[in-house]
Ligand binder design. Structure first.
Ligand code: NI
Length: 185
């Protein structure tokens, strides 16, 4: 288990479409996941996709912490997803701030589907499905975008809402364009 260097915006691996995992029994997969957990923990973020540790495979880990609770719901324990898929439940979108471990110190307001259904396989090849809304839905969309070579600024409809966290946090009018402060994902 190791703490790995996180690829930053501009590194080509972040813009590659990651390959699906086809052999769940490959011990390398467990090792990648353990390294992702260590790296995320060290970085203090709440989500990480394998391309961010320079591995172009469809693996994502994330959790939704207590302080992201909405109406008393939405806390999600650490979830390890292999070959995840997302389906929006309807067309409803919402705009909120995001930050990314691959784009240090910046934040941007991104429009995301408010309600999604998503599925994945765990490390034993077992299939799971879940529904998500609010911040939970946002994190899953941000992480799965990493598997398709997309970083959050690529999804922004208004680039005037991209900036350094330090600047935006001290500009209340701008900060109010999103609903909550970003976590690194
Ligand atoms: Ni990210």
């Amino acid at each position: 288990m190791s703490i790995l260097k996180i690829a930053r915006l501009g590194h080509p691996i972040l813009q590659k479409i990651a390959s699906p995992v086809d052999n769940f029994k490959d011990p390398e997969i467990k090792k990648i996941i353990n390294d992702m957990i260590d790296t995320l923990d060290d970085a203090g973020g709440i989500g990480l996709a394998a391309p961010q540790i320079h591995v172009s495979k469809r693996i994502v880990i994330f959790f939704v912490p207590e302080d992201r609770l909405e109406n008393g719901k939405n806390k999600v324990e650490l979830t390890i997803m292999i070959n995840p898929k997302i389906e929006p439940k309807n067309d409803m979108m919402n705009r909120d701030w995001e930050a990314c471990l691959s784009i240090p110190n910046l934040m941007g307001a991104v429009d995301r589907y408010s309600h999604i259904k998503y599925s994945w396989y765990d490390v034993d090849g077992e299939y799971f499905e879940r529904e998500a809304s609010g911040y939970h839905s946002r994190v899953v969309q941000h992480e799965c975008d990493h598997l398709d070579g997309k970083l959050y600024p690529f999804q922004m409809l208004d680039l005037s809402l991209l900036g350094f966290q330090e600047e935006i946090n001290s500009n209340k009018d701008l900060l109010d364009k999103g609903r909550s402060l970003p976590s690194e994902i």
